[in-house]
Design a protein around this ligand. Structure first.
Ligand SMILES: Cc1cc2nc3c(=O)[nH]c(=O)nc-3n(C[C@H](O)[C@H](O)[C@H](O)COP(=O)(O)OP(=O)(O)OC[C@H]3O[C@@H](n4cnc5c(N)ncnc54)[C@H](O)[C@@H]3O)c2cc1C
Length: 463
């Protein structure tokens, strides 16, 4: 079995690569996808209350709303309902149903500014974690802070950093989180009400039906990639099938490529420029728990609840209030009585092994804290599967303290293995779309352009 271009993975990056190749007249393309479905980390589950509202297990927001090409297409097609859920919110803790936020938000912002100051005064200062930064800040600023600020401001900072990458604040890199240039989002975040699946299908529909039927192979897991022959690349699958190709685009999530149990074995071993980034732990472990209820018994108009943790020790068994969480109030956006909790390492992985009852026991005290009346049991409980899934092994990459920066990781991946073996995927795209669905889309666009140039001979100088 052979093709001019083989794309490993049928998520957003793989589909966009194929679209652009086909549009440029490169039609001998195959997509090999391990799962029995396309979309990768874009999975939407319809609500039982109203199937036109979906819960997204992967991407949920259009980030970079001012420049996001997926959002622009959705607006043009008019088939995606969005809501800007960055309005009314409430900060909650185990002891306070509403933590006065006005004076802790300013302290959180000052802690971030403090990071900038520290490193501008001493650029050689080694990287530190967000937790270390907050301790240093409190030591220096203690005399200017109230008890309330000392207690809650670091926890608010922690909540934001842990909810972005799913990594605990004692591992989140200050340099990465606050000092990396070009990573601020351009525009707000738009919540997708009817499921990111529609956004994915908007892309998929650009592939001709004949291609979708005959050139996308589901249930094909690529196991080895051999690039020792300079004229072609050989792939073998777990079933022992052999595929040969002139160009291969690997869109397997970087976490699954670089882990201790990698999805792909390389012959020969990866070149030096990739070996370093593949050896680092860059796993982000964001997860979600979705609780659907019969009735809404919490404030209907609050978009999000920011729940602060009760202590700094995240080790051991999961228990309520041990980790911060951000709750998305679906009722405010969709009138469906559901709450979606974001989770982080190690809770996201632990939850995947818990029973539905154990999950409810974990979040029930938090639900009680935001309730305005008697609480009910959920009629449905869903959780994300990404962290123990060998095809993802986390949510997306998140550079940790002391690791290469995400732009260094992207820089190494964007060079590919060589001119024939390329990487696409959201983790290969630097800047504000890194790790995002539209970053995956941009990366597919980049790799298709590269291969088209090679085939047309324009890229020969880049060899
Ligand atoms: C919990 C969570 C929340 C998120 N929230 C957002 C958000 O709000 N907004 C946003 O923009 N992004 C978000 N993202 C990120 C977004 O979902 C991803 O960046 C994007 O979907 C990645 O697309 P991709 O094509 O790069 O990778 P994937 O979607 O992972 O596609 C890779 C494909 O490769 C396949 N594959 C893997 N190994 C093999 C193999 N050996 N052989 C064959 N096939 C293989 C996989 O099955 C998969 O289909 C979130 C992700 C998670 C997990």
């Amino acid at each position: 079995m052979s093709a001019q271009v083989i794309i490993i993975g049928g998520g957003m990056a793989g589909i966009k690569t194929a679209i652009d190749l086909l549009n440029a007249g490169v039609t001998d393309v195959l997509i090999l996808e391990s799962r029995d479905r396309l979309g990768g980390r874009l999975v939407s589950v319809p609500s039982t209350k109203n199937p036109s509202v979906c819960y997204d297990l992967g991407a949920l927001w259009f980030h970079d709303a001012l420049i996001n090409p997926l959002y622009a297409k959705a607006k043009k097609l008019g088939n995606v309902r969005v809501f800007y859920d960055d309005g009314k919110h409430r900060v909650v803790s185990e002891s306070l149903a509403s933590v006065p936020e006005h004076d802790i938000h300013a302290i959180m912002m000052e802690m971030r500014a403090f990071a900038g100051l520290l490193y501008s005064e001493n650029p050689l200062l080694p990287d530190m974690s967000v937790q270390q930064l907050s301790q240093l800040y409190l030591e220096r600023q203690r005399s200017t802070l109230t008890e309330h600020q000392m207690k809650y401001a670091p926890q608010l900072l922690r909540m934001w950093d842990e909810m972005w990458g799913g990594v605990l604040w004692d591992k989140v890199s200050v340099k990465q989180a606050y000092l990396a240039e070009g990573e601020d989002h351009v525009g707000r975040n738009a919540f997708v009400c009817n499921g990111y699946r529609t956004v994915f299908e908007n892309e998929l529909n650009e592939l001709p039906e004949s291609f979708r039927k005959s050139r996308i192979k589901l249930n094909v897991t690529v196991e080895t990639l051999d690039y020792s022959d300079p004229t072609c690349v050989s792939l073998t699958t777990v079933n022992g099938d052999l595929y040969k190709s002139q160009y291969v685009v690997v869109t397997i999530p970087f976490n699954a490529l670089s882990s201790a149990k990698p999805m792909l074995k390389w012959t020969p071993a990866l070149p030096q420029h990739l070996a370093l980034v593949f050896s680092e732990d860059t796993r982000g472990l964001l997860g979600k728990v979705i609780l659907e209820f019969d009735e809404c018994f919490w404030p209907k108009d609050i978009h999000r609840f920011y729940c602060l943790a009760s202590n700094d020790d995240p080790s051991g068994e999961p228990r309520p209030w041990k980790h911060p969480t951000l709750i998305v109030n679906y009722y405010a956006m969709t009138q469906i009585p559901s709450l979606v909790f974001l989770t982080q390492d190690p809770l996201s992985s632990q939850i995947e092994t818990l029973s539905k009852q154990q999950i409810w026991d974990l979040f029930k005290p938090v639900v009680e804290q935001i309730a305005t009346g008697p609480i009910e049991r959920p009629i449905g409980i869903l959780n994300t599967p990404w962290n123990n899934d060998p095809l993802t092994q986390g949510s997306y990459t998140m550079a940790r303290v002391g690791c290469s920066s995400s732009s260094d990781i992207c820089g190494a991946l964007a060079k590919g293995v060589n001119k024939r073996v390329r990487f696409a995927g959201s983790e290969t795209w630097a800047g504000s779309a890194n790790g995002c669905a539209h970053g995956a889309w941009y990366s597919g666009e980049r790799e298709a352009a590269y291969i088209i140039d090679q085939i047309r001979g324009i890229g020969k100088s880049r060899l």
